[in-house]
Design a protein around this ligand. Structure first.
Ligand SMILES: CC(C)(COP(=O)(O)OP(=O)(O)OC[C@H]1O[C@@H](n2cnc3c(N)ncnc32)[C@H](O)[C@@H]1OP(=O)(O)O)[C@@H](O)C(=O)NCCC(=O)NCCS
Length: 171
């Protein structure tokens, strides 16, 4: 199997349909379809959301969506087409998202995944995420979720972006 080079870019409204379909088939399969195109389009348009797509020769092969609050980020969606899995695509998407969270001064990144999703659990562990909780009945009151998090900085440490502010104050 040859590994195809993929390019990452910011998602826009035109990507919503594809992301929604991939979410239905790869993330939400067997559950109700919650991330339909309208919802994904609204997410992409939000100022507190970073949405990326990975593009190969045949079109979109993966995507990731992360939402930010003041100090914490939440990975909302992540998936790669089966044809392009185990080629480092999700790792590339996560590197961009995690670096953005770091630069934005986030303390930590959180996510939930289906407790049966062992491949994803393993994948997130390789990125330094640790399991924090098992939430029984999290999905439609019938499927458990595993919550995971990664710490990006100590909560009381200065966000990286504030260095220039400190220097400016000392002048
Ligand atoms: C989980 C998922 C996003 C990983 O995407 P990917 O592009 O295949 O992952 P990568 O190629 O970047 O993998 C990086 C590392 O993670 C680990 N990993 C990834 N997939 C794995 C699997 N199926 N089994 C075991 N380890 C896995 C490996 O250590 C891998 O490195 P390696 O291939 O050099 O051994 C992908 O399997 C997927 O889309 N699954 C369906 C949707 C989903 O589960 N989304 C996440 C939960 S919301």
């Amino acid at each position: 199997m040859t590994t195809e080079a993929v390019t990452l870019r910011l998602a826009d409204a035109a990507d919503a349909e594809t992301i929604a379909q991939m979410s239905r088939d790869l993330i939400e399969s067997g559950l109700g379809w919650r991330y339909r195109a309208d919802r994904v389009r609204r997410l992409i348009g939000r100022r507190d959301t970073l949405a990326l797509v990975a593009c190969g020769r045949s079109g979109t092969v993966g995507f990731g969506v992360m939402q930010f609050d003041d100090e914490h980020a939440h990975l909302t969606l992540l998936a790669v087409r089966p044809s392009h899995q185990r080629q480092g695509v999700a790792r590339q998407i996560m590197q961009w998202l995690l670096e953005s969270a770091r630069v934005a001064g986030m303390v930590s990144v959180h996510l939930e995944l289906r407790a049966t999703n062992r491949p994803a659990l393993h994948f997130y562990r390789t990125l330094g995420f640790a399991q924090t909780l098992v939430l029984a009945g999290y999905y439609e009151q019938r499927e458990a979720a595993i919550r995971m998090m990664v710490l990006l900085r100590a909560p009381d440490a200065q966000p990286p972006g504030d260095d220039w502010l400190q220097r400016a104050r000392r002048r």
